[in-house]
Structure formats: structure tokens, C-alpha cells
Design a protein around this ligand. Structure first.
Ligand code: RNT
Ligand code: ZN
Length: 417
């Protein structure tokens, strides 16, 4: 697209937004300060680099076998950098423990140390990227149905040890980068069928968490993620949304909201203002559930828009961490990163461009139709011209021009794997 057109369209958009009290130049600055935490696991369908890796388990599943998945750490790093080069702005990288640099050695989950992540820390520094982290309780012979809530003390202790070590690693990453590393804890624990031991499992999970969080770790932050159910664990989830909301509120943890982890008609966006009076910060796992927690690539759909709008409306921009969590193995994976990340950004941009003050004034004055009218008008405002300008300013392809770049990378790199 011609630069001149982008400039012209932006100037017109700027005037249109100014007329409703929105300064687009200022919004562009805010968007520059909006950092996604890109999940490393879209590049290889959540496989990771453990030498002893087995089949995927733990209630999650990646479907599709599009050629070109990253097979090792170098390929994954190259893919992430390629994706980043097509996404405007600076973004963090979110690693799972199974993506350590194990150097061809079997390192069990209760043996992992920061040395297995030193090359990531160095890579991140070289590439001006901040790291986030996750403990990994799935896809392991000891995953079973229950990990941190397992009545078998040996198994429980194994996962407690793993998670404690992960916190040490996250803290070391935070120290190295001079910015707290956000570590997410999600365990799949649950029951396939009816059970009379819900309380037992939840008490055990609480005890395990208490032990895990005992150690002060100043350069990392803990977040905890619940869900409705996992595959093969359909009847009961130990770490439900209620469980973790209560835990986060009581023990001052970050609550993770994964957009695929609620009942189909439940609104993740509505959680934002409901929990913010009680928890200091939120972590998002932006995804797209299609009929179940399918983790399709994020698009600009209504639930995603509403989620970002609710954060901006709540004045909570600085209390939220913006993780992505989709993994589609059926399409070009770099394409998946770029589409999903850009969609999340566009939703944030539209949220920032909303004339909140004006709409709120009408709402508080009881002028309901004006509220509705303005909300409807926003849908057709020229936000796209503002996003194009953002891409131009950040030196990344504008509009669908990224397709050609991905095609080239596919021909030259991923199709040869
Ligand atoms: C699973 C959770 C969890 C994982 C990643 C891989 O339902 O959403 O966040 O997707 O940790
Ligand atoms: Zn998630």
C-alpha cells in the first residue's frame, strides 16, 4: 500500500476521532506501550524439547498436522523472530518449562534448573525480548488425572518440586532482564467421571499451592489459571475459576483469565470488573474457543473486543498482562501468530479509541439511546486507518502485505523441514 494513502487516511481518521474527543496520536503512543506475551507453543503444537517427550496429555490437545512445525530450539527461535518481525510493537515471549535447552539430555521435571534456560536468557537479551514462564504439568508419565492435588504423596511432591523450581527459574529470568517475569501456573487436575472427593482434591491443591508460594521471589510474579474442564477430565476440575479466584484474592496472586475456560455463554470480559476490586492484577490468555476450549487462533470477534474494552473502561491497563494462548496445528503457524497477535492489538486499539467519557456522560444522564447510538457508530469508525499508521510507524507490513512475507518464509524455510 502506498505510504501516501496511509498518511492521508490517517489524517482523516484523526479528524473524525478528534470530533468525538479522542486524540489518535496519543492512542498510538498508548498502543506502542501495549506488550503482548507471545506464547512459544504455537510454533510446535505444544510439544517442547524434552528428549524423553511422549504423547500430549493433560486435558489439552492440538489438532492438525500442517507441515513446518518447529522441531528444535533453533527453528522455534527463528519462527518466533519471523513472526515478531510482522507484528508491530515490542512483545514478550512466554516459555513453558518443556521448552528448556536440555542439550540432548534427559532432564526430568523435578530436576530442571536455570541453567537449562540460560541460552534463552541470552537469546532474549540479544533480541531485546522480555521473558515470561510457565510450569508444565501435562504430557508426562506422572501427569495422570491429578498432579498437585494427587492423594499420592510421591506424585504430589514431584509436581510441587517442579513448580518450585520453575519459580526459581522465573525469578532468575526476572533478575536477568530487570523486569519481573510473569509465571503462570495451570494444572489439568480433574476427574473423568463422578467422584466423592472434590473437597479432598481441592484441599490438597490448596496445600500444594501454599507450599509452592512459600518462598519470596521478588523478580517474578505468580499467576494462577482455572478452567471448566479438560479432555478426558470432563466431570470435575479441581482448579476451577472459583477456586483460583478465591485463592488469588486471599493470597494476592495474579488471576489468569483464559478466554476458552468458561461455559460457552459465560463472558470472560465480564470477569474483569468483577474481580479487579479484589485482585491486584490479571493475566490474560487470549484464545478462541470454538464449541470447546479448542484454542483456535484469536480473531477480532465480539468476545475478544469486549474483553479489551472492559479493561480500558475499568482504567486497568497497567494491571493486566496480555498473554496469548492459542495453538492451531492445521495452518501455517507463523501466520497463526501474526493473525492472532494483530487481532489482539486491533481489539486493544478499538478499545482505546472508544469515546468513553462521552458515552459515560450520556449513560449517567439516563440518555440510553445516545449510548446505544454512539456504541453502534464506533463499529464503523476508521480505526483501521489508525492501525495501518501504527504498522507503518513500526516498519512492519501494512494490511495483508504480511501474507507475502509468510509465503516466502514458508517456501524458503518451513516447507523444507
Ligand atoms: C490449558 C491452559 C494452559 C495451556 C498452556 C499450554 O487449558 O489454557 O494455559 O494452554 O499453558
Ligand atoms: Zn491458558
Amino acid at each position: 500500500m502506498k505510504e501516501e494513502w496511509i498518511q492521508k487516511a490517517y489524517e482523516i481518521a484523526k479528524e473524525r476521532y478528534a470530533a468525538i474527543g479522542i486524540d489518535t496520536d496519543q492512542v498510538l503512543e498508548q498502543l506502542q506501550d501495549f506488550h503482548l506475551s507471545m506464547h512459544c507453543w504455537q510454533a510446535d503444537d505444544v510439544k517442547g524439547f524434552e528428549v524423553q517427550a511422549g504423547a500430549m496429555s493433560g486435558g489439552i490437545q492440538s489438532t492438525g498436522d500442517f507441515p513446518g512445525a518447529a522441531r528444535n530450539i533453533d527453528e522455534l527461535r527463528a519462527d518466533v523472530l519471523k513472526a515478531k518481525s510482522l507484528i508491530p510493537g515490542d512483545h514478550r515471549l512466554n516459555l513453558h518449562e518443556i521448552y528448556g535447552d536440555f542439550q540432548g539430555k534427559v532432564v526430568d521435571r523435578d530436576e530442571v534448573t536455570v541453567e537449562h534456560f540460560q541460552s534463552w536468557i541470552d537469546w532474549a537479551k540479544e533480541n531485546h525480548t522480555l521473558l515470561d514462564f510457565n510450569s508444565s504439568s501435562f504430557s508426562h508419565p506422572k501427569s495422570g488425572s491429578l498432579s498437585l492435588s494427587n492423594p499420592d504423596e510421591g506424585i504430589r511432591k514431584f509436581w510441587i518440586e517442579h513448580t518450585k523450581r520453575c519459580r526459581d527459574i522465573a525469578n532468575a529470568m526476572g533478575e536477568a532482564q530487570g523486569d519481573p517475569c510473569i509465571m503462570n501456573l495451570w494444572v489439568h487436575d480433574g476427574c473423568k467421571d463422578v467422584s466423592v472427593n472434590h473437597a479432598l482434591y481441592r484441599n490438597l491443591l490448596k496445600q500444594s499451592l501454599d507450599e509452592i508460594f512459600e518462598k519470596e521471589q521478588p523478580m517474578m510474579k505468580d499467576c494462577i489459571e482455572g478452567k471448566v474442564f479438560g479432555i478426558g477430565l470432563e466431570s470435575f476440575t479441581v482448579g476451577s475459576h472459583d477456586f483460583y479466584t478465591a485463592y488469588a484474592a486471599k493470597y494476592d496472586k495474579i488471576l489468569t483469565i483464559d478466554t476458552g475456560h468458561y461455559h460457552p455463554t459465560e463472558s470472560p470480559a465480564d470477569k474483569v470488573s468483577a474481580v479487579l476490586p479484589f485482585v491486584k492484577e490479571l493475566m490474560l490468555h487470549v484464545s478462541r474457543p470454538v464449541r470447546w476450549d479448542s484454542d483456535h487462533v484469536t480473531i477480532m470477534d465480539d468476545p475478544t473486543q469486549e474483553l479489551f474494552s472492559e479493561i480500558v473502561r475499568a482504567g486497568a491497563l497497567d494491571r493486566v498482562h496480555y498473554g496469548l494462548d492459542f495453538f492451531d496445528g492445521s495452518i501455517n503457524r507463523i501466520g497463526a501468530y501474526v493473525i492472532g497477535s494483530r487481532a489482539a492489538q486491533k481489539c486493544m486499539l478499538r478499545a482505546l479509541l472508544e469515546p468513553r467519557e462521552l458515552i459515560s456522560k450520556y449513560e449517567l444522564a439516563g440518555e440510553g439511546y445516545k449510548v446505544l447510538a454512539l456504541m453502534e457508530e464506533q463499529k464503523a469508525m476508521p480505526w483501521q486507518a489508525v492501525y495501518d499508521m501504527f504498522c507503518l510507524k513500526n516498519n512492519v507490513p501494512v494490511g495483508d502485505a504480511f501474507i507475502a512475507e509468510i509465503e516466502k518464509y514458508e517456501t524458503e524455510v518451513t516447507s523444507k523441514r
